[in-house]
Design a protein around this ligand. Structure first.
Ligand SMILES: Cc1ncc(COP(=O)(O)O)c(C=O)c1O
Length: 399
């Protein structure tokens, strides 16, 4: 059976939207020669740091780079141990693995699907150097508990806020509470910088300096107009005032282009309004599905701002009359709605099976994964799209 044609886009694709302001910003930077990590990026960084309430922000090529550079900035090295959740995109855990760290998982809270802070402390060993809580679906983790445990054990907290730009926890912005906060501006995220992009924020000047250096080959330029690093002239015995380049270490190229930075500034100005549309859409979907037996709606904890990057539901086959897989298939083929499942627990994947993980180790994540479906929610959706989504879910219940 081919999927029925519907008028609107009910896919988990394109988390933001662009308009004439983004078009103007692109053209302006294009006409200036479209540089990389120049004035437009620096402006975006300043605005982003101010928005989050942090001292520093550095624009990077994507959220993966933000996570990786955070660990580099904190000096994570082979053999160090890192804790995160199995219910995340692989980038969170891969940041540690690719640096040679040992990554372990902490099981999740079945209601929010975030890392369960109650299970965290038992996982900390003397080698544990960083905890990476992920603010999944746009809702912050239990940060008071996580930060208290981290402080007790002298462990750094790197917030994966890739789903949670603009989210809040007790009045604090996602990303601003840990040693660093990491953001993604991938095409599906709540704001985007032309399909890819990212940001790291921090209040720690030493961590920031390392992040800035390693983002761009650890280069310090003497005598040029570089904005990022200044050099102590005495390091160069020649003392001449000519252009000279040194490299503190071997680093990476994780820079963002100025066209993207300029678009980022425009998107940031729209962020709160875009998030509000997601919050309103989530409330509308919840009202439409509240009475459907066998469906658990997302839990929103009090005291925070959940920005609904995704809208997760859990399906109980006994009461709904279908398994999750059956539901996903029927939504696509009978109703033309592409739903997702975020995520397959990482310890099921080949990458982590090959690192010794086995089914059975994280029973809560495993039980949730059996039932977890993520519904498309984004600010582009008109009310008719949401009505179709709600009617589709309701129509598929058997019983
Ligand atoms: C939770 C989480 N962390 C990290 C990332 C990595 O971000 P990027 O795709 O920009 O590298 C993503 C991207 O989907 C994500 O969802």
């Amino acid at each position: 059976m081919s999927a029925p044609k519907i008028k609107f886009d009910l896919q988990i694709k394109y988390g933001s939207e662009y308009g004439p302001d983004e078009e103007r910003a692109v053209l302006e930077v294009l006409r200036q020669g479209a540089p990389t990590s120049g004035e437009a990026c620096i402006q975006f960084e300043k605005e982003f740091a101010a928005y989050c309430g942090t001292a520093h922000a550095r624009a990077v090529s994507n959220g993966t780079a933000a996570l990786f550079l955070s660990l580099v900035g904190l000096g994570i090295k082979p053999g160090d141990r890192i804790l995160t959740t199995p219910m995340t995109w692989i980038a969170t855990a891969a940041a540690g693995v690719t640096l040679g760290a040992e990554v372990d998982f902490v099981d999740i809270d079945p209601e929010t699907c975030n890392l369960d802070a109650r299970q965290l402390e038992a996982k900390i060993t003397p080698n544990t150097k960083a905890i990476l809580p992920v603010h999944l679906y746009g809702q912050c983790c239990d940060m008071d508990a996580i930060l208290a445990i981290a402080q007790r054990h002298g462990v750094a907290v790197v917030e994966d806020a890739c789903h949670a730009v603009g989210a809040e926890y007790k009045g604090r912005k996602a990303g601003s509470m840990g040693a660093t906060g990491c953001f993604s501006f991938h095409e599906q995220k709540n704001i985007s910088t032309l399909g890819e992009g990212g940001m790291v924020v921090t209040n720690d000047p030493a961590v920031f300096e390392r992040i800035a250096l390693y983002r761009s080959h650890c280069t310090r330029v003497y005598g040029s107009s570089t904005k990022y690093c200044s050099l102590d002239e005495t390091r160069f015995p020649m003392g001449q005032r000519f252009w000279w380049q040194d490299f503190d270490d071997c680093g990476y190229n994780f820079r963002l282009t100025d066209v993207q930075g300029a678009v980022g500034s425009v998107q940031l100005r729209k962020l709160d309004a875009l998030n509000q549309r997601r919050i309103d859409n989530a409330a509308y979907i919840s009202a439409g599905l509240r009475d459907v037996p066998g469906i658990t709606l997302p839990t929103v904890r009090p005291g925070g701002k959940h920005v609904f990057h995704l809208y997760p539901i859990q399906i109980d086959p006994a009461q709904f009359g279908r398994t999750k897989d059956d539901f996903i298939y029927a939504m696509l083929h009978e109703r033309g709605v592409k739903v997702g499942t975020h995520y397959t627990p990482l310890h099921y994947t080949t990458a982590f099976q090959n690192r010794g993980f086995r089914k059975g180790q994280f029973p809560v994540a495993e039980a949730v994964a059996e039932r977890l479906v993520t519904l498309p929610i984004n600010p582009r959706q008109p009310r008719e799209a949401l009505d179709h989504l709600i009617a589709s879910v309701r129509s598929l219940r058997r019983g």
